[in-house]
Design a protein around this ligand. Structure first.
Ligand code: ZN
Length: 148
């Protein structure tokens, strides 16, 4: 088995999600819809979330922008779909700390998301990578699903 370096994994995963985004499109009906952008790069995202009790039952996004912003949003939806909202929040907060260089990132929890760490080397891209995750956190809050 070939072991990919973080750099290779990063390129591979980002490209894969950029070319074939998961959960792309509107989600109707939804409980929360939020439009956010990253003016530094021109990235846009509209996130749709549907809750079932305290779980993220459905999540989808529309958007345009650079490959990192769109791939990261796609990865985000794939990861948190079906998760309890509090677990989705934990993952998003962990990604934010990892991107801020405050923690290494736990492969077991994050899986392929660990590849986003490849972005840390490109500081101007960090906002691109976090757009989807920050929007998710806002959506959870708007849905009344966040715990502090
Ligand atoms: Zn961008």
């Amino acid at each position: 088995m070939v072991r990919l370096s973080l750099e290779e994994l990063y390129k591979e995963v980002i490209l894969d999600h950029y070319r074939a985004p998961r959960n792309k499109g509107r989600l109707d009906p939804h409980d929360v819809a939020l439009e956010r952008n990253n003016p530094l790069c021109g990235d846009e995202i509209e996130l749709f979330v549907k809750f079932a009790g305290d779980d993220v039952e459905g999540i989808a996004f529309e958007g345009k922008g650079c490959s990192i912003s769109q791939a990261s949003a796609s990865m985000m939806t794939e990861k948190v779909q079906g998760l309890p909202a509090k677990d989705a929040q934990l993952v998003a907060e962990s990604i934010k700390r990892m991107m801020a260089g405050e923690e290494e990132g736990d492969v077991e929890t994050l899986g392929d998301l660990i590849s986003l760490k490849g972005v840390v080397k490109y500081p101007v891209r960090i906002k691109c990578a976090l757009l989807g995750w920050n929007t998710l956190l806002e959506a959870l809050e708007e849905g009344g699903k966040t715990s502090s």
